[in-house]
Design a protein around this ligand. Structure first.
Ligand SMILES: [Zn+2]
Length: 607
């Protein structure tokens, strides 16, 4: 009974932790002090810019540019324009999107320079794009970024004359091929004077503004982020993963030229991305405030500093509860591993579980996780992932996230069953069935077949008798091994595994050495914090790649297992995972069969 109470407390605590982490700060009123960022003030610009779609070459684009030139002059900036003839590929793309032949279009970058006291110091550049895709008013993407840059520049001026120049660059033709950014960094003399960039983007109008990309060697600049930003939303794993992905923003061009930078973007309310319905009301003022608070804190710290941050070895970091940034040299992850290994070792020395039972526990966990990845991939195929419209999938993200959550719950419930005599719940048949569901509904063939084979292989090693005591420690040992490998290969990715591992090791040592109730209390607190932190990251990762690669979520479940299993009930009625799975399947069919979302951009439907 005590364990059920502890589990309930841990899960409620974890959910609260996650909600706190992913909730942006509340929007500040237009009457906020002049040196602060006010979302309400910035919203006025969003409304003025995103009255109608303003793709490159349109009359509305000319109106928006006139408006922005006026706004830059009102800020006291030296204003200039850079004309950019569109390259053939961009014209071809626009021709495809609009259905009309496009030729001879010229884009216009808008540039405002706010003079600093020392004009020889490398300048700080704030960047956002003023164009939209055809048919979208683009309130989030990227009127929001422009409005943030304008309000940040205004607040900086209210704080005094900056030490260095502040450049505002509003690019054109970002949507067609980053053309404005390419032209500026290839030709404009101001590019040579730029020492640091802040890029402001959106793939949706809600949620936290995540700081998801930096230049190489980010140690010093991230320490500055950790000091300056009160409500951080960042982690070094996201920065690493984004580097490996093919996605690009205006900052990509500057990054290739070796200019350091911070890239911030919102991901939630993804239905508003490139959408005809992306009117100002789709921008959450709280998200605007979040992006503005972070951008102003960083801009202020750099605009008034004697030196910009130097390049030093990339650090390991992540925000905690969205309230503080934990940052340390990536190599220090070895100390976390050592501490965890020491605690786990001491606990094992004390409890002396049979090696055989630990090995059996390892098999159960590996089999479970492989089936989980297969389940998530198959049910995603069932929901229509194969060949579906990208924007229709983005609009379905909230339902897709529920599908993944319900699948994981079902999987965890199965664990309770696997520890009892019916070990054969996972065998050839379920993996085979999942594989065929995925294959027949258009899922990725190679991935599904490989996952199914691995899952069946793991299931064939499942023990035939109930597990003796000790298998709860298997998850921690597996996680320790995985974290050590990640620490050796990509140390900035390791915090996602190492932090929950350390908490699990503390709870495990408490179980071995302390009275039951004390150990349970410590375990509950560790689970709430560790699982909550993982849930917050899971939400962010799901928004970023969940529509295509939900199987990745299994890595987060793997990190959470050693925190959850010690509290998990031994007996779970068979119908509980069944109901969770059926709900997930019903949602998947709903996503597959419902008509295409009205938020989907028309140009994406033609081809
Ligand atoms: Zn954009």
């Amino acid at each position: 009974m005590a364990r059920i109470v502890a589990l309930a407390a841990a899960l409620i605590g974890a959910l609260l932790w996650a909600v706190l982490s992913v909730t942006p700060p509340s929007a500040r009123a237009a009457s906020a002090p002049p040196d602060a960022f006010s979302a309400r003030r910035a919203l006025a610009d969003v409304v003025a810019i995103s009255r109608a779609p303003h793709p490159i070459g349109s009359a509305e684009s000319a109106r928006v540019r006139r408006y922005l030139l006026g706004r830059l002059r009102a800020l006291g900036a030296e204003v200039s324009e850079q004309a950019l003839p569109l390259p053939a590929e961009s014209l071809a793309r626009l021709t495809r999107w609009t259905g009309h032949r496009q030729a001879g279009l010229v884009g216009h970058d808008l540039i405002g320079v706010i003079r600093g006291r020392d004009r020889d110091k490398p300048a700080l550049l704030l960047m956002a794009h003023h164009d939209t895709v055809p048919g979208s008013p683009g309130a989030a993407d990227d009127a929001m970024g422009i409005a943030v840059a304008l309000e940040v520049a205004r607040a900086i001026r209210a704080q005094g004359q900056p030490h260095r120049d502040l450049i505002l660059l509003f690019t054109d033709s970002e949507e067609l091929g980053l053309d404005g950014s390419r032209a500026f960094f290839a030709q404009n003399p101001l590019a040579e004077r730029t020492g640091m960039i802040m890029n402001l983007e959106a793939r949706g109008g809600g949620g936290r503004a995540n700081m998801f990309e930096t230049g190489a060697a980010n140690g010093a600049q991230m320490r500055l982020y950790a000091q300056a930003v009160d409500r951080p939303a960042t982690n070094s794993l996201a920065v690493l993963v984004y580097d490996l992905m093919p996605n690009s923003t205006d900052y990509t061009v500057a990054k290739r030229r070796g200019i350091p930078g911070f890239n911030l973007a919102t991901l939630d309310r993804a239905y508003a991305y490139h959408s005809p319905s992306a009117a100002p009301r789709t921008v959450d003022p709280a998200s605007l405030q979040d992006m503005g608070d972070q951008a102003l804190a960083l801009a202020s710290a750099m605009a008034f500093a004697a030196e910009l941050p130097a390049r030093t070895t990339s650090a390991a970091f992540a925000d905690l509860l969205g309230r503080m940034t934990i940052i340390y040299p990536a190599a220090a992850g070895w100390a976390i591993l050592l501490a965890a290994a020491g605690l786990i070792g001491a606990a094992l020395w004390r409890t002396r579980p049979a090696v055989r039972s630990i090995a059996q526990g390892v098999v159960v966990i590996v089999a479970l996780l492989l089936h989980g990845a297969l389940l998530l991939t198959s049910i995603n195929a069932l929901s229509g992932s194969g060949g579906a419209n990208y924007y229709d999938r983005l609009a379905a993200l909230p339902r897709l996230e529920w599908i993944a959550a319900l699948s994981m719950v079902a999987l965890l419930m199965l664990f309770g069953r696997l520890r009892r005599p019916d070990m054969r719940t996972l065998a050839i048949a379920p993996a085979m069935a999942l594989m065929w569901i995925g294959l027949l509904t258009g899922g990725p063939v190679v991935v599904l077949v490989a996952m199914a084979l691995l899952a069946m292989l793991a299931a064939s090693f499942l023990p035939k008798s109930p597990l003796p005591a000790g298998e709860r420690e298997s998850g921690a040992l597996l996680l320790l091994a995985a974290a050590a490998i990640v620490q050796a290969v990509e140390p900035t990715a390791a915090p996602m595994l190492e932090w929950p591992l350390l908490l699990a090791a503390v709870a495990m040592a408490a179980r071995a050495f302390l009275p039951v109730i004390a150990a349970l209390a410590i375990g509950t607190v560790c689970s709430a914090a560790g699982v909550g932190h993982l849930l917050a990251q899971a939400h962010f990762i799901f928004l970023a790649i969940g529509a295509e690669l939900p199987g990745v979520m299994i890595i987060l479940l793997f990190a959470a297992l050693p925190l959850l299993l010690p509290l998990w009930p031994d007996r779970v009625p068979r119908w509980v995972p069944g109901v969770a799975l059926m709900a997930a399947v019903a949602l998947a069919l709903w996503v597959r069969l419902d008509p295409i979302a009205p938020s989907t951009p028309a140009y994406s439907l033609k081809n």
